[in-house]
Design a protein around this ligand. Structure first.
Ligand SMILES: *[C@@H]1O[C@H](CO)[C@@H](O)[C@H](O)[C@H]1NC(C)=O
Ligand SMILES: *[C@@H]1O[C@H](CO)[C@@H](O)[C@H](O)[C@H]1NC(C)=O
Ligand SMILES: *[C@@H]1O[C@H](CO)[C@@H](O)[C@H](O)[C@H]1NC(C)=O
Ligand SMILES: *[C@@H]1O[C@H](CO)[C@@H](O)[C@H](O)[C@H]1NC(C)=O
Ligand SMILES: *[C@@H]1O[C@H](CO)[C@@H](O)[C@H](O)[C@H]1NC(C)=O
Ligand SMILES: *[C@@H]1O[C@H](CO)[C@@H](O)[C@H](O)[C@H]1NC(C)=O
Ligand SMILES: *[C@@H]1O[C@H](CO)[C@@H](O)[C@H](O)[C@H]1NC(C)=O
Ligand SMILES: *[C@@H]1O[C@H](CO)[C@@H](O)[C@H](O)[C@H]1NC(C)=O
Ligand SMILES: *[C@@H]1O[C@H](CO)[C@@H](O)[C@H](O)[C@H]1NC(C)=O
Length: 297
């Protein structure tokens, strides 16, 4: 619990000015790109841009307190709200066409400060589902997809294909290790960002006294990934360090190893992996005893 608290606090404080903050939003939800009011104290003008185009700005010097000015781009119509006090920008009813890198500029006499928000649309799927990420364009010629910053060339992506006309990315029978950030570039420019989170479920029947491994099947765990295992809702293993000594262990893939399983280890195990990916997997483990045999007539 203490670890969880520390993690939570450090997440809250990570929005240091100048950094890039990652924000993932469900389609249809609203998001506020939050600015610390301390940062905008004394500012004369605030400007928000997406794809190098100004989408909202406000003049803070005008005597008559002029209201914010918004882009007349159709995709943003009635969706933006720039808060005068802090400079925070709210975007309502998010769709994939609102994803991308938002740059905020704080102008004051003699100084210009910047902050970037990387806004992705979150897509939740189940292990084994088929999913299509749409580009929204009709000419897919110059479309290029990236997964966690790399080209989609590795062996993990043999189950995916890019539609030649639209450039849409279709992944069939999606695996847990395909959770992460998908970025589509057109003509070398960032076009849309998606974040796929994946949930899975597995039923296991094991023999009392046996060693058991609950596989996350998440290859390529990154340094920034946090792994949490809970059993019957209490934390039993965190990152690669187990809170319980001796009986539980975690390997480099984040899989949980139970050295000698007991009958009271039956129940629900949940693993959450967050960071470069977002994975939730639940194992329903049933431990069957070797004795007494009369139970198995
Ligand atoms: C935000 O996402 C980018 C791209 O996936 C990644 O390189 C960066 O480390 C992330 N930043 C944070 C603070 O998580
Ligand atoms: C949200 O946006 C979608 C797509 O643009 C639109 O069809 C829907 O009506 C909007 N919903 C609300 C509540 O504005
Ligand atoms: C990704 O693809 C681009 C364009 O085809 C290429 O220039 C680049 O070297 C590739 N990067 C990697 C890491 O394979
Ligand atoms: C994606 O691939 C699956 C499996 O091959 C197929 O059933 C589905 O129709 C494809 N979807 C699109 C939009 O191409
Ligand atoms: C970004 O700007 C370029 C140049 O103005 C434009 O061609 C492109 O369509 C824009 N991309 C998005 C996602 O709006
Ligand atoms: C696990 O067992 C439950 C209850 O019997 C069943 O509803 C579920 O479909 C099973 N899940 C899998 C992945 O086999
Ligand atoms: C997960 O990995 C284990 C061990 O590599 C393998 O036996 C199992 O089939 C994998 N499960 C899935 C759903 O891919
Ligand atoms: C646990 O993680 C730390 C840092 O992330 C790493 O240096 C260490 O090798 C890991 N230990 C094991 C047993 O995987
Ligand atoms: C794990 O993820 C699930 C689904 O996203 C969530 O409901 C649950 O609260 C998470 N558990 C922990 C311990 O973070």
């Amino acid at each position: 619990m203490k670890n969880l608290l520390i993690l939570f606090c450090s997440l809250l404080m990570s929005g240091v000015f100048g950094d890039t903050e990652n924000v993932s939003v469900k389609e249809g939800d609203s998001v506020t790109l939050q600015i610390n009011p301390e940062e905008t104290k004394g500012a004369t003008e605030l400007v928000w841009r997406l794809n190098n185009t100004v989408i909202a700005k406000i003049d803070l010097e005008g005597k008559d307190k002029p209201p914010p000015v918004y882009t007349d781009e159709k995709r943003f119509r009635d969706r933006l709200n720039l808060e005068r006090q802090t400079g925070s920008l709210t975007i309502t009813n998010i769709t994939a066409e609102h994803s991308g890198e938002y740059q905020m500029e704080i102008r004051s006499s003699g100084e210009i400060k910047h902050k970037t928000f990387r806004v992705s649309v979150s897509v939740s799927v189940k292990e084994g589902d088929s999913v299509t990420l749409q580009t929204g364009v009709t000419d897919g010629k110059d479309v290029k997809w990236k997964f966690n910053g790399a080209n989609l060339t590795d062996s993990r992506f043999t189950n995916s294909e890019v539609n030649e006309q639209t450039g849409d990315l279709n992944i069939s029978n999606i695996g847990l290790d395909q959770s992460g950030e998908y970025q589509v570039n057109i003509n070398g420019r960032l076009h849309r960002i998606f974040r796929i989170s994946i949930s899975g479920e597995e039923n296991m029947s094991v023999m009392e006294g046996d060693p058991v491994t609950l596989h996350t099947n998440a290859t390529r765990i990154q340094a920034e990934d946090v792994i949490q295992w809970t059993f019957k809702d209490s934390l039993i293993a965190y990152s690669n360090k187990t809170t319980t000594t001796g009986r539980f262990d975690m390997n480099l893939a984040g899989s949980l190893i139970i050295l000698k399983i007991r009958s009271d280890d039956s129940g629900l195990y949940d693993v959450n992996i967050t960071g470069s990916k977002h994975i939730h997997k639940r194992f329903n483990v049933i431990v069957t005893g070797e004795y007494p045999e009369y139970l198995y007539i």
